[in-house]
Design a protein around this ligand. Structure first.
Ligand code: PEP
Ligand code: MG
Length: 852
């Protein structure tokens, strides 16, 4: 070990190594925030020991809730932050055991944090441990050694102290406060974003503080900020006083909102794939030049003819002041509990009405009601004398406004859910019943926004469609409208609000177009068209139980994509010939913890029984990760979650979860024709590993084997289909993922959505390869992704040799009818032509949609 000689004398603090290992200059740490000394100056250790000890005598002044970082303050006032590993905050405490508490006095060598070297090495970006002085103004010179150090023995850093100077921050001058800011960083203001904020704050002369409720920290101190433990989704404000206060607040607010340089900054419930930054830009608003046409976003397809009726928001009388804090808090808690019961009953009511996502919307409402942050903020207002209703109203409205400002369509639209839930609690608190309006027949509702609760209570016999100013195709209201089969337009031009109630309109939910002042003939034509569509639906339904055989005698199996027993019952009632995809993630999602083996066995059995013993049921093993989080299983933040631990990879990471599910499927298999399908298989090793797990469980249970298939949704699987086909019984093409991975477009990306088209020739060629590969070993191929229900894609898929179409439940009768109208020979010609085309649009032109 080589020690450099300090060039200046002064009081020196000698730190002993807190870990054994190799020293590395901080500049070489592969993390710009540490390397650029934003957190502070110091050194990094590549550890060979697993017990972090105190490098000096002092006091523990900070310990992160994830237990990966701790700060010890020396008697001279130097703050020494020790940060084990890189990005270890994302491990959320897993692998770390703290040995001290905040405020403990320690002496050199006192154990601080024990950590599992293997676990951290496997799960974090790096084990490199940074030891840095965060208040570098206290140090005149750092003396860095190099080489190998022994924990608690070798001196590994010498600090020559600077003369103590008074706090130089200016306090004279203006005072400025920011708007409330929602922290979007996935793991809150941990060391890295805190350091970036401190570095930015230090550029201003003013004193700057960050407030969260009644807590406050100096924004120029990393330790103070970390101690505040600001989590993801929490609301903070910045306050500055001094000559440049206003500028500081403007700049720092923007920086905090944009995530302080951290990638993937999206609040807790957001799909991690959608990055968000800064403030919401005004959404591009469709605008028509024709005064008789109003444009918006196509939220739910279909045509409707009716008369407008504007929904006006119910105003509630909310007194500002209340009784004692204890009384008001109790009232609020009771109201939240009552609201939870109401939401639960709506959830039960809408459950299984077609789309399994629907019940999940109300499950999300339950989560909002359970959010401790909302309760905390409201309680602190109550403690200041406000009434429960006033405190609650302020809290949820503020949270909703914050969400609405986020530059992330999905999250911004969740603001509506917060308002919906908030209003429900407020009504209970003020004792006002929701006004139930008896809409006239053929009503097209017009509203600034509707809530999922409004939707659940809609009288479908009277309301034929709706338009909202707010929202988009991904809003929960749009999802509900689609599953209820109500045509809808979201984000419509604001001039709709000028229409008098009762204005006749034609609503085209497929094109996102509202027609005013239509001539009588056009109205009549549209009505006739709607009648034809309804008649066709009724006719298709009559034949729903007949097989789907092409004109020239080629049978195609038409099966259902489902997520629950209720879906299975509906699928069976609509003529589904089996289940082509049971998305078991829905079985796992709508509950506070993973279902047990017995619970799963019951559900899989229930599905087999609902479908009937002769119907094949393909059960896909848990496919979470990417855009599908599991609320009770925290997943480490990933830079590219769609390329990360998704699908089967997650199953290998959580083998007990996977094995429990496999056992449940095997145990339920006797109830019908159950098959197992593994998601996201990209390599044959993965298939072999998954099959080995299944076989081990089968042998232990001593049960008969089940058929095994894989999703073809990773391009490598399609390309290697011939190899994979040898070891499976069938393939099912997941075109949603196959398209996103082939075209490199995120399937959930709001702007790129139009490019995620599964009929792109590149995707069709991969499907062709999969069918050819399977055919060499006599295996069959189905399609369970979105284009399996797409009338323009169906002839091509059949022509390519796809034998089974697994579709949305409600589409089954019409798909069967379409198959019966086709001719295999013609489909094969279309498929051959499609493979030679250049664009998805050309493929769609090849198979024009029939006008009804
Ligand atoms: C697919 O990727 O096409 C598919 C059916 O799976 P999921 O949509 O559930 O990812
Ligand atoms: Mg998929």
């Amino acid at each position: 070990m080589v020690l450099q000689v300090p060039s200046q004398t002064g009081q020196t603090v000698r730190l002993v190594a807190p870990l054994s290992g190799f020293l590395l200059p901080i500049e070489q740490v592969p993390d710009p925030v540490f390397a650029q000394k934003m957190v502070g100056d110091g050194i990094s250790i590549d550890p060979t020991s697993n017990l972090l000890v105190a490098p000096c005598d002092g006091e523990v002044v900070q310990i992160h809730p994830a237990n990966h970082a701790v700060t010890v303050k020396t008697p001279e006032g130097v703050e020494i932050l020790m940060h084990i590993g890189l990005d270890t905050v994302e491990l959320r405490g897993e692998g770390f055991t703290p040995k001290v508490n905040l405020g403990d006095r320690v002496t050199t060598g006192t154990p601080l944090i024990e950590f599992d070297l293997d676990y951290v090495a496997l799960h974090a970006k790096s084990l490199l441990t940074q030891v840095v002085v965060t208040n570098t103004e206290r140090v005149a010179e750092f003396v860095y050694p190099s080489g190998l150090v022994q924990s608690a023995q070798d001196i590994f850093l010498e600090l020559v102290l600077a003369a103590v100077s008074a706090d130089t921050a200016a306090t004279d001058g203006e005072m400025a406060t920011s708007e409330p800011i929602v922290i979007a960083n996935p793991t809150g203001l941990h060391a890295r974003p805190a350091a970036v904020l401190v570095n930015l704050a230090k550029k201003y002369q003013s004193q700057i503080a960050l407030h969260r409720g009644s807590d406050c920290a100096n924004a120029k101190s990393v330790v103070a900020l970390m101690n505040l433990q600001v989590g993801n989704g929490e609301t903070v404000t910045l306050e500055a006083q001094g000559p440049d206060a206003r500028q500081a607040i403007t700049d720092l607010t923007a920086a905090v909102r944009s995530g302080l340089g951290e990638a993937g900054t999206a609040p807790a419930s957001a799909p991690a794939s959608i990055a968000q930054s800064a403030l919401k830009a005004p959404p591009p608003q469709p605008k028509s030049d024709d005064p008789n046409i109003l444009l918006g976003v196509a939220a739910s397809s279909g045509l409707a003819v009716g008369n407008t009726y504007r929904v006006r928001e119910q105003k509630l009388d909310v007194p500002e002041l209340g009784g004692t804090p204890t009384q008001e808090s109790r009232q609020l808690e009771k109201a939240i509990a009552k609201a939870a019961l109401e939401v639960e009953s709506i959830r039960a009511k809408v459950h299984g009405q077609g789309d399994p996502g629907k019940a999940a919307i109300f499950a999300a409402h339950q989560e909002i009601l359970d959010d401790p942050e909302l309760l905390d903020i409201a309680t602190s207002a109550i403690n200041k004398g406000k009434s429960a209703a006033f405190a609650w109203q302020q809290t949820y409205q503020e949270q909703a406004d914050q969400l609405a400002q986020l530059d992330n369509e999905l999250l911004a639209q969740r603001a509506n859910d917060v308002r919906d839930v908030g209003m429900r609690v407020l009504r209970i608190l003020t004792g006002v019943e929701a006004t139930e309006i008896k809409y006239p027949r053929d009503t097209v509702l017009v509203a600034e926004d509707l809530t999922p609760s409004d939707m659940a209570n809609l009288d479908r016999n009277r309301v034929v469609g709706f338009c909202t100013l707010a929202g988009g195709a991904t809003s929960h209201v749009a999802i509900l409208a689609r599953s209820m089969g109500i045509p809808a337009i979201a984000g419509i031009e604001p001039r709709i609000m000028d229409l008098a109630d009762g204005t006749p309109v034609i609503l085209d939910g497929t094109k996102g177009k509202l027609r005013l002042n239509a001539p009588v003939q056009e109205i009549e034509r549209t009505k006739a068209r709607i009648e034809r569509q309804q008649a066709k639906r009724a006719e298709d339904l009559k034949h729903a139980f007949e097989p789907a055989i092409t004109q020239d005698g080629h049978p195609v199996e038409v099966v259902a994509n489902i997520g629950s027993i209720k879906d299975a019952e509906e699928a069976a009632s609509l003529g589904a010939e089996g289940v082509g995809l049971l998305r078991t993630e829905f079985v796992f999602m709508e509950r506070p913890q993973a279902p047990t083996e017995d619970e799963q066995t019951g559900i899989y059995r229930g599905i087999a029984e609902a479908m009937g013993p002769d119907k094949p049921i393909i059960i896909r093993t848990l496919d979470v990760g990417g855009d599908k989080p599991l609320p009770y299983l925290p997943m480490a933040h990933e830079e590219n979650p769609f390329l990360g631990e998704r699908g089967i990879r997650f199953g290998f990471d959580q083998p007990e979860l996977q094995r429990t599910q496999l056992r449940a499927i095997l145990r339920a298999a006797s109830a019908g024709q159950l098959r197992v399908m593994f998601p996201m298989i990209g390599r044959i090793e993965e298939l072999r590993m998954a099959k080995a797990m299944l076989e081990e469980e089968r042998q232990q249970l001593d049960l008969p084997p089940v058929e095994v298939g894989i999703m073809i949704e990773v391009p490598s699987a399609a390309i290697m289909a011939e190899t994979l086909a040898k070891e499976v019984d069938f393939f099912s093409v997941g075109t949603n993922d196959l398209t996103q991975y082939t075209l490199a477009v995120d399937r959930g990306h709001p702007k790129l959505a139009p490019f995620v088209d599964g009929v792109h020739p590149a995707v069709l060629r991969l499907i062709d390869q999969a069918v050819q590969g399977a055919g060499r070993y006599g295996k069959w191929v189905g399609v369970c992704g979105g284009i399996g229900s797409d009338p323009q894609a169906i002839p091509i898929l059949i022509g390519l040799g796809v034998r089974e179409l697994s579709a949305s439940v409600t589409m089954i009768p019409s798909i069967k009818a379409q198959v019966r109208s086709l001719d295999l020979d013609h489909c094969q010609k279309l498929a051959a032509q499609a493979l030679g085309l250049e664009t998805a649009a050309e493929v769609r032109d090849l198979v024009p949609l029939e006008e009804d």
